[in-house]
Structure formats: C-alpha cells, structure tokens
Write a protein that binds this ligand. Structure first.
Ligand code: 8BR
Ligand code: 8BR
Ligand code: GLC
Length: 453
C-alpha cells in the first residue's frame, strides 16, 4: 500500500474508535503562553537600549536563569543564532514586567497538559482530567469546551468540573514565547530554522507544584482514568526535584496497581541528576516520547557518548543510530514503548507487535501537520484536511536505510524481539508556529494506539 493510502485508512479507523478510549489523566504542567512573533528592528533597538555589552555574551552561552533584561534579550539571540528552542525561568520581577510591557500577539493554552487537554478533550472529544496548578480566570478561559475536567474538593468530597466552572481566582502563570521564522535576521545572526525562546514568569510549573486535590484524592482521581500522560518534570533541578518526584512515584504506583498505562512526555531536561533520576523510574512507565536532542541527552548520561554524537550529526537524523539508542534505552529500563519524533519521520520501538502501532504514528503525523499549519487545531476535520500536505521527500532515504538494515516492510520490522514501527511525516513548509507540535504528536500517537487496540 502507498503511504497516502495507509495514512487515510489509519485516520478513519482512529477517528471511528476515539469514543471507546475512556478517561485520560494529564499531569502536571499547564500555563498561559503569551506568544510574540519577533520583529528584527524592534529587537535590535531593544538590545541597543540595554547595551550590547549586557546582552551579546548570553547569545554565546545561555544563563542558568533570567535575572535581568540583558539576559532575556541575550537568550533570545542564542535561540535565533542556533535555531534551537530553549526555556528559562525568569526570576526577576523587573524582567517579568519588561516582558509584559513588550506585549504579545496571541494568548494560547500552554504547558504539555493544557495543550494535550485541549486536543484530546476539546478536539477528539475524549474525556480528560487535567492538573492545572493555578486556575486563574484567564487560564480557565483558554480551555476549549468539551469533556475537560479538573478535580474540585469541597468538604473533603471530590467533584470533577470544567475549568471554567472551577471558579477560583488563582494566579496567572505566564510563559512568554518569542517565536521567529527560518531565515530571521538580527545583527549578524540568521536563524537556521524556525523556533522559539520561552521565558517562564511562573513560580508553580517550574517547581512542579502539585495541587492539594491531587495529593489528597489521587486514588479516586486515578479511578476515573484508563490512560495517563505525565509531563512537566523537565524544569526540575537537583535542588528541588526530590519532593515532586516522590509524589509522582506515588501516583505511578497507584496507576500501575490499576493497570493504567502511563506515558512520560520527556521534554529537554537540563539538569543531569534529574535526567538520571527520570531514567531510573522509566521502567514504571508504559511509554516515553522524545526527540533527537532528548534521546541524545539520555545516551550521554547512560555513558553512550558515541551514540549521542551520531544522533545529532546528520539531517535527517540517522535512523540506525536512533534504533540503536532506543534499544539501549529499552533494555536498560524495560519501558515497553519508546516513541521517537524528529523533523521528517517518527519511529516507535515496542515490546508488543501489530500494525496499530504504525497506524497511530500516522494519525499523529496528520495531527502535527494540522497543528503546524494552523497553530490551533479546532476540529477533527482540520486534522483530516492535513492529508493535502505532502509526505516528506527526505523520509524516502530513511525508509530505504531501515529496509536495508532491518528488512523493514510497510513501516514495520522485527528487531531483537521488539517491533520497530516507522512513519514518514507530512512537513508543513511555512508553519504558523512551532510551540506544542511535539505534544500534539506524542499524545495523538499514544491515545491513537489505544483507540486501535
Ligand atoms: P528543538 O530545538 O528541536 O525543539 O529541540 C529542543 C531543544 O531544547 C534542544 O535543542 C535544546 O536546545 C533545548 N533547550 C531547552 Br527546551 N531549554 C534549554 C536550556 N535551558 N538550555 C539549553 N538548551 C535548551
Ligand atoms: P519537539 O519540539 O519536541 O522537537 O517537537 C517538534 C516536532 O514537530 C518535530 O520533531 C517535528 O516532527 C515536528 N515538526 C516541526 Br519542528 N515542524 C514541523 C512542520 N513544519 N510540519 C510538521 N511537523 C513539524
Ligand atoms: C513547555 C513550556 C510551555 C509550552 C510547552 C509546549 O511546557 O513551558 O510554555 O506551552 O512546553 O510544548
């Protein structure tokens, strides 16, 4: 069958079965994304006002966190220069005020949980229970209508209500997202690809604050879930990770005792100690989702420097190196499913077999193309419209290498008792924005797999 035919049949079958999945628990990070599409002249003027000496140093090396406006502007330049995403905590009040004054073009739902809740609940109509660290009016208003719930505890009794009905006036957790297109120019820098820098003016998500409703009523909350996705651990540091980690492991144990498969969305985790600790608990998850930078960062702390380098050497990323790294990770942790995504293709390594794994990847690629094209996916019909986006040409060489090395056919191969599934993706030439595509991919594939099985 052609890839277009496989795409179309995968979409139809996932769509038909989404109603059968049941509740999905999403924890822990939700915030408000204030998106600013950068303007080169404006940015240069701002740098000159602060003074190049205060700024340009950070374009060469990111600070650990943002403590003044010079560091903010320098970090934005770092992202542009490298074409890389970065996210830093903004501690200083005056810098938070500066970002607010600078303004935004668009307010959007942010955080892995928020983005996935709107997609799964608001678009796919699958019931979700979301952890929202702070329910401000602005935050609540960004949730789509649909079966999206947050736990509310009154007199020790738990209720599930839509965030708009939660009616609390808690704080705003705002992440300022500075987006730039490929080729964006400022001073002597030119962005090699589209991306963004994120300044988090938020005291809750970066510390993985877990609400009392979740701490006190987790058994009951877990009782409503058939699947779970955990995210938001990436901003923890060796200084603050122990307490939220302990609580997360308790949540995992409860979910595992109920046979609820849990997916970990592994975003870029700067702190090596936190990264190691995540690898240590990975075996308690059913599944993990990551990109090439994240996989390389894991190989590095596992002592696989050679593999880590290979993962970052080529474009498109060498699929044989990816498979080798996924096998190492699966053998080390016993996690049952590893979903890798990169620009142009996805791979999944599972300790179980079936076409449904590949078909869920194809469904996810359609959702990602819709997200890249539109910024916000409003309905499942917008997803099917992404069928028009052509399958990435460069994925052909990737497919040929997988066929040569592992005898892959129709995107499926057997390796050392595992199944390797492949999907060539649809890449949108001029994406509206880049934030949240990874979350769309991982949640659609994970949930799609259970819709099909
Ligand atoms: P993409 O650029 O493909 O989105 O990959 C994720 C990136 O996260 C990595 O390349 C890495 O640059 C980046 N990253 C993040 Br997010 N936060 C970072 C930080 N504080 N320091 C360095 N890199 C960071
Ligand atoms: P991360 O931020 O976790 O790297 O996720 C981004 C993913 O989005 C990439 O792995 C890539 O598969 C996908 N993606 C990007 Br970036 N740009 C895209 C585009 N223009 N069209 C479709 N998918 C895209
Ligand atoms: C991180 C950021 C958040 C953004 C999300 C997108 O969680 O903190 O602002 O919306 O990534 O994936």
């Amino acid at each position: 069958m052609s890839w277009d035919a496989l795409y179309s049949s995968a979409f139809d079958r996932v769509r038909k079965n989404l109603g059968k999945i049941g509740g999905i628990l999403l924890a822990y990070n939700t915030n408000i994304d204030a998106i600013k599409y950068l303007d080169g002249n404006d940015l240069e003027r701002r740098v000159e006002t602060v003074g190049e000496d205060e700024v340009l140093h950070y374009a060469g090396e990111l600070p650990r966190m943002v403590e003044n406006v010079g560091q903010l502007l320098g970090s934005i330049l770092w992202s542009i220069k490298h074409g890389k995403a970065a996210e830093l905590f903004v501690e200083s009040c005056s810098t938070r005020f500066y970002m607010r004054e600078w303004g935004w073009d668009e307010l959007r739902m942010g955080g892995q949980v928020g983005i996935m809740a709107n997609l799964l609940g608001g678009v796919y109509n699958v019931p979700v229970i979301a952890h929202v660290p702070q329910v401000s009016r602005l935050q609540a208003g960004l949730f789509k209508d649909g079966p999206i719930y947050v736990p509310k505890a009154e007199n020790g009794k738990l209720e599930l209500v839509h965030p708009k009905e939660f009616q609390a006036d808690e704080e705003n957790c705002i992440h300022y997202i500075y987006e730039f297109p490929r080729g964006f120019r400022v001073f002597d820098f030119e962005a090699p690809r589209e991306n963004r820098f994120i300044g988090a003016a938020d005291d809750y998500n970066p510390n993985v604050y877990i609400r009392p409703e979740f701490r006190e009523h987790f058994e009951e909350i877990a009782g409503r879930a058939r699947l779970a996705i955990i995210s938001g651990l990436q901003t923890l540091t060796r200084k603050n990770y122990r307490e939220p980690f302990e609580e997360m492991v308790r949540h995992l144990e409860i979910l595992n005792a109920r046979d609820v498969p849990v997916h970990l969305e592994f975003a870029f985790t700067q702190d090596e100690i936190v990264r190691r600790s995540l690898i240590d608990v990975l075996g308690q998850f059913h599944s993990v989702g990551l990109n090439e930078v994240e996989l390389a960062s894991i190989m590095e702390v596992m002592g696989e420097k050679g593999l880590a380098e290979k993962l970052l050497a080529d474009d498109p990323v060498d699929p044989i190196a990816v498979t080798g790294a996924m096998l190492r990770l699966a053998e080390r942790t016993s996690v049952r499913r590893i979903h890798f995504h990169t620009y142009g293709y996805y791979l999944a390594l599972t300790d179980y077999k079936g076409d449904f794994v590949r078909d869920a990847l194809l469904f996810a690629a359609l959702a990602a193309a819709a997200k890249a094209k539109l910024g916000d996916v409003r309905s499942i019909d917008a997803v099917v419209k992404a069928m028009d986006v052509p399958v990435n040409e460069r994925a052909k060489t990737v497919e040929e290498r997988l066929a040569g090395e592992y005898g892959m056919k129709n995107g499926i191969a057997d390796i050392n008792g595992y199944q390797l599934s492949f999907a060539p993706t649809k890449v949108v030439t001029r994406p509206k924005s880049t934030v949240g595509i990874g979350d769309t991919i991982s949640s659609s594939a994970f949930v799609g797999e259970f819709a099909l099985h």
